[in-house]
Design a protein. Sequence first.
Lengths: 112, 115
Amino acid sequence: ETGVTQTPRHLVMGMTNKKSLKCEQHLGHNAMYWYKQSAKKPLELMFVYNFKEQTENNSVPSRFSPECPNSSHLFLHLHTLQPEDSALYLCASSRGWEETQYFGPGTRLLVL
Amino acid sequence: GQQLNQSPQSMFIQEGEDVSMNCTSSSIFNTWLWYKQDPGEGPVLLIALYKAGELTSNGRLTAQFGITRKDSFLNISASIPSDVGIYFCAGQSPNSGGSNYKLTFGKGTLLTVNP
């Protein structure tokens, strides 16, 4: 238990669906991150939020839309995804943007 | 962009053996991190290294931050079946513009321990 929770843990969606992934951290951290993990590839940073402000968008397609309503919660809204978007989506948080990141368990996403 | 070369890609060992894996980069990092990921879970931090030359232990795990700041290794002594998993190195350095610290991950080392 790292103090970072993610829901749902598994998600299957069609290409026309709209769904959202949720991340919550109970560590009092100020920075939150979304990563994509695909087989045989390094973790790919998608978005960074620091004190609720987005500070990095790593050239992520617009079909992924993040939302950070407060420092404890982070969402990833999904719409019109492609099969190649199937992956494990990991949320992480850190006390400050320069400090060590702690990961949630991830959401395993399958796009049909 | 920055890349980390992590090796080996996979290892098959017998219980009780020692294990060593490493990461190298052409770029300098300020921090080296080692994570372990179990199937269906997120990476869990094992060891964090903050100074060049630093040698840090966590139980049976030992990791070192290379003097050049471009490499790090992780050793596991007297392996046990629950050591099975994927081990990732990660290097942390300021993003261009200094607005964030970017975490660059290796591709991972898959460790299998035979009882």
